[in-house]
Design a protein around this ligand. Structure first.
Ligand code: NDP
Length: 329
């Protein structure tokens, strides 16, 4: 165990449920890695929508709460029985054991992913949570086939830009939505074939698909788009509701799925798709390979000092951002 470690770590935590003003910066004892764990010095912490749900109280957590399960950094110390990692190694994770809105965090070695040399720190920081999400959505929740036309919302967003690129790499035709002309350009640059505004998007999707509708909709917007997403589906189509950036979706009468053509609806989350080492390794190996081949380029939409986590949340919630947001300690 190295002797020259700092005694303290800096964390950003939510004092209570509320707006972005509930965040405070605090000094806490440096966490100690337990058996099988790594202590990591954070180079970048990912900001994700889920942390806004946890901060605001939409998801229940215990306060004070240090958010963040996604982090990229350098291994500073190893707990007992860690053999696969060494001090100084770069790792990234979506499954940290302690909050990553912090100068240091702990992660089980089994849930840490080594970063290949050719991947820059910035690219590594932008990848894991949104990348793994996009990967399971197109490969596991619904397996997209070449030539299929699919709809994915918020195409300039963090998940949206990656999803579009993975769909294009699979040979699909991508329709997406955005709320502004600037965002439409970004979605197009990510490879989208058709970029729509949210107004009457289902009707426009039917026009593009000669009245058929699409076999799958990836919907992370939720409340505002859900009904339109159902309207945009082909007979026996699948609605993948993977988030609620505009708010939660009200209860659904299942008979509605029959009336609309025997539809499927699923509400997945990343942890159901990172169930073991093989699954984790498969997803990250493919994502890193696509990045090395330049078929997947990640865009950092905002980089904030750790202490400005509240501002990052405010920007994300008010739809001002595109791409990935990161916090730098
Ligand atoms: P984004 O960068 O996509 O930001 C959210 C985007 O949603 C906004 O930029 C905005 O784009 C759009 N949006 C539409 N309506 C609203 C609204 N009322 N308020 C705010 N935004 C709105 O975020 P992420 O990429 O981090 O996440 C996207 C979605 O994916 C979220 O719902 C998140 O919870 C979900 N997610 C789910 C995971 C899972 O495993 N289930 C894992 C990771 C993320 P525009 O202005 O163009 O409409």
């Amino acid at each position: 165990f190295p002797e020259d470690l700092p005694e303290k770590a800096t964390v950003v935590r939510a004092r209570q449920a509320g707006g972005s003003e509930v965040f405070e910066t605090a000094e806490v004892p440096l966490p100690e890695p337990g058996p099988g764990q790594l202590l990591v010095q954070t180079r970048a912490a990912g900001v994700n929508f889920i942390e806004t749900y946890q901060r605001s109280g939409v998801y229940s957590v215990e306060y004070p709460f240090v958010p963040g399960s996604e982090g990229t950094g350098t291994v500073l110390a190893l707990g007992e029985d860690v053999e696969a990692f060494h001090i100084g190694q770069r790792i990234t994770t979506t499954e940290a054991a302690t909050g990553t809105y912090a100068s240091h965090f702990l992660v089980d070695a089994a849930k840490a992913v080594p970063v290949p040399d050719e991947i820059t720190d910035e690219q590594a920081a932008a990848l894991p949570l949104q990348g793994a999400t996009a990967h399971y959505l197109v490969n596991s929740t619904y397996r997209v086939s070449p030539g299929e036309t699919v709809l994915t919302h918020a195409g300039a967003g963090g998940v949206g830009q990656i999803l579009t690129q993975l769909l294009k790499a699979k040979g699909a035709r991508v329709i997406t939505t955005t709320s502004s002309a600037e965002k439409a350009e970004i979605a197009q640059a990510a490879g989208a074939d058709h970029v729509l505004s949210y107004d009457n998007f289902a009707e426009k999707v039917r026009e593009i698909t000669n009245g058929d509708g699409v076999p799958v909709v990836y919907d992370g917007v939720g409340r505002d788009t859900f009904t339109g997403s159902l309207d945009a589906l082909a007979v026996r189509g699948t609605l993948v509701l993977f988030g609620g950036a505009s708010g939660p979706v009200p209860p659904l009468d299942l008979q509605e799925l029959n009336r609309r053509g025997g539809l499927y609806v699923t509400r997945p989350a990343l942890h159901w798709y990172l169930r073991n080492a093989e699954e984790r390794s498969w997803r990250f190996t493919e994502l890193f390979a696509l990045m090395s081949a330049r078929e997947l380029k990640l865009s950092i939409g905002g980089s904030y000092p750790l202490a400005d986590a509240g501002r990052a949340h405010g920007d994300l919630e008010s739809r001002r951002t595109t791409g990935k947001l990161i916090l730098i300690p």
